[in-house]
Design a protein around this ligand. Structure first.
Ligand SMILES: Cc1cc2nc3c(=O)[nH]c(=O)nc-3n(C[C@H](O)[C@H](O)[C@H](O)COP(=O)(O)OP(=O)(O)OC[C@H]3O[C@@H](n4cnc5c(N)ncnc54)[C@H](O)[C@@H]3O)c2cc1C
Length: 554
């Protein structure tokens, strides 16, 4: 409890009358923080804090990395900017040693300020000074953490750029013939055989680089720290990140294994309009960014660039690419789905050279001013068309069927109609792609008339549905004919369920192995469903672990 003596030691309360101080002492919170514990997080609602003892460090996420931007000692306050300007916290505040901090709600602060206007003047003056410093941080040109040199059409370059974007790492990219290469690249420019080449954090050079090497150079986690986890989540999309957030926040030692970068398919969605709590929609990468921060903050370990390639149903040991293993008391499969490939002439040859499966925002630059084509009639194709219409000269949606209404949401069809540079070719399919190093044109056939026309094209994005890639799982984890993992009642009926009790709703045919999100055999393929199932899976993990502990005794 805050005492009068605590308050009298605070310079900013020097002019406050004893009665008002007594009221404040009654209302204020007394936070006792262990090292590492937070008083406030970036984005939290406004409040005012004063340090009574110890030391508080201020950090801010810049380019996905938490950077220290200040500290507070006893007698100093923090939260003056949010409380004065009504904004959320612009940084996070944690103790670096055992600390005591006074917490004053916005309501109590304004009651105090009404009684003692000098307090308001003091706090507002401090806020104005502080905002100058924050402005400096916000307007300082962001220094890219990586400079990449490589050909625009090189699939490896595309993979690395997408990897950096998805991991929220700022980077610049230069073509090997860029006029400023000599001034920006340290030393002799990389040879053709050394591309793609990167220089990271101003020093380390990577030649012919791959995502794993890049991840390790940039300090991203690629190896588990422990040998055994309460739960290992495979896949870092919305379902996997939700499981990580709930698992870590509920005290489970949680590891996520992600083969690319966190975010999953949702990360490629330019605007998710129907996710609860975002009235104006939210881009997939923003949602992924927030979820990743949340999972990290709560203590989940997240490996990137690592594939799970094997799972032992008995011991629940997970094998990673390269042969490394990690043991798990429970496993959550959240591997989602991957885009279905087209077998048509030219698609494999021109992959990454103008042909893409799915779409990510990092491809926007490649479509600038071009006439591009999108194959598909679902919501993903519609969203991508809306996004690319802001960059490409024209966007043509190639649709096999005779209308969009069967497969696309009404709101999206209305939005497409409002964009003058989006065309829809119904009853159509792409018969062949043309181009040497890069896609140049495609043959577009009208399925109704049989007419085939050749049209110029700067890029083709394919959205023809997705499949679950689960062939690496052991046979004991029963799947349907399309590879989706059966859970709950369907797992019980598979004839492989080994126990007396019924499987939990999200439990597979192997006790303690769960599946959630798009990889699960279920008709619902939605962000909200994936997030809901990811969090629910943790509730079942708790029940499974409790039962596993109880079983030997019983
Ligand atoms: C363009 C687009 C737009 C969309 N728009 C919407 C929308 O507006 N609203 C909506 O509700 N839904 C939308 N969806 C659907 C939504 O994104 C998915 O339902 C959701 O992402 C499913 O989440 P998930 O975590 O189950 O799987 P995913 O998002 O597919 O994530 C699975 C993750 O697992 C990783 N992985 C796979 N195999 C392995 C392995 N062996 N080892 C390690 N990692 C592995 C993958 O790299 C991936 O990151 C959209 C999808 C797309 C593609």
């Amino acid at each position: 409890m805050i005492s009068m003596d605590d308050l009298k030691a605070m310079p900013f309360l020097a002019a406050v009358a004893p009665d008002d101080l007594a009221r404040l002492a009654q209302a204020a919170g007394d936070l006792r923080l262990a090292p590492g514990e937070h008083a406030a997080h970036e984005g939290d609602e406004r409040a005012l804090f004063a340090v009574l003892s110890g030391r508080i460090e201020v950090t801010k996420l810049i380019d996905g990395i938490s950077r220290t931007i200040g500290a507070r000692a006893p007698g100093q306050i923090f939260g003056e900017v949010p409380i004065t300007f009504g904004t959320p916290f612009q940084g996070s505040y944690h103790a670096t040693e055992p600390s005591r901090v006074m917490h004053v709600t916005a309501r109590d602060f304004h009651a105090l300020a009404a009684a003692a206007p000098a307090v308001l003047t003091h706090v507002a003056t401090l806020a104005s000074e502080r905002i100058g410093g924050l402005r400096g941080i916000a307007t300082a040109p962001a220094k890219a953490r990586a400079l990449m040199v490589g050909h625009r059409w090189d699939e490896k370059v595309r993979e690395l750029r997408s990897f950096l974007t998805r991991n929220q790492i700022s980077h610049d990219w230069l073509a090997p013939d860029a006029p400023d290469l000599a001034t920006r690249w340290p030393g002799p420019p990389p040879t053709e055989a050394e591309l793609p080449a990167l220089v990271c954090d101003g020093g380390t050079r990577l030649l012919n680089a791959g995502p794993r090497e890049l991840a390790e150079t940039l300090g991203l986690q690629t190896r588990p720290r422990d040998l055994l986890y309460d739960t290992v989540v495979i896949g870092g999309g919305p379902a996997g990140l939700a499981a990580a957030v709930y698992g870590a926040s509920e005290g489970l030692r949680t590891l996520v294994i992600e083969c690319e970068a966190p975010g999953g398919q949702a990360e490629t969605s330019s605007r998710i309009e129907n996710y609860l709590g975002f009235p104006t929609g939210v881009s997939g990468d923003e949602l992924a960014r927030r979820a990743l921060q949340q999972a990290h903050r709560l203590g989940a370990e997240i490996l990137v660039t690592r594939h799970a390639v094997g799972l032992d149903p008995q011991s629940k040991q997970v094998t990673l690419d390269g042969g490394e293993t990690v043991r798990a008391r429970s496993v959550i499969l959240a591997t989602g789905v991957s885009w279905r490939r087209l077998g048509t002439e030219g698609f494999e040859r021109l992959l990454g050279k103008g042909v893409y499966y799915g779409a990510s925002r990092s491809e926007a630059g490649a479509t600038q001013g071009q006439d591009i084509h999108l194959i598909g009639a679902g919501n993903s194709a519609g969203q991508a068309a809306m996004f690319f219409a802001n960059h490409a000269r024209t966007v043509t949606l190639v649709v096999r069927g005779d209308n969009l209404e069967k497969s696309m949401s009404h709101y999206l069809i209305e939005q497409l109609r409002g964009k003058p540079n989006i065309r829809v070719e119904l009853n159509s399919e792409v018969r062949a792609l043309h181009g040497d190093k890069l896609l140049a044109a495609l043959d577009l056939a009208n399925r109704a008339t049989g007419e085939v026309k050749r049209v110029d094209s700067g890029a083709v994005f394919v959205f023809i549905g997705a499949d679950a890639e689960t062939s690496w799982l052991p046979a004991a984890v029963v799947r349907d004919e399309r590879g989706y993992v059966r859970t709950g009642e369907a797992a019980a009926k598979s004839g492989q369920w080994p126990q007396q009790r019924d499987p939990y709703l999200l439990e597979t045919s192997v006790p303690g192995i769960f599946a959630c999100g798009d990889v699960r055999a279920s008709p619902v393929k939605r962000v909200a469903a994936a997030v809901g199932e990811g969090s629910m899976a943790i509730a079942f993990v708790h029940q499974f672990l409790a039962q596993a502990i109880a079983a030997p005794r019983g």
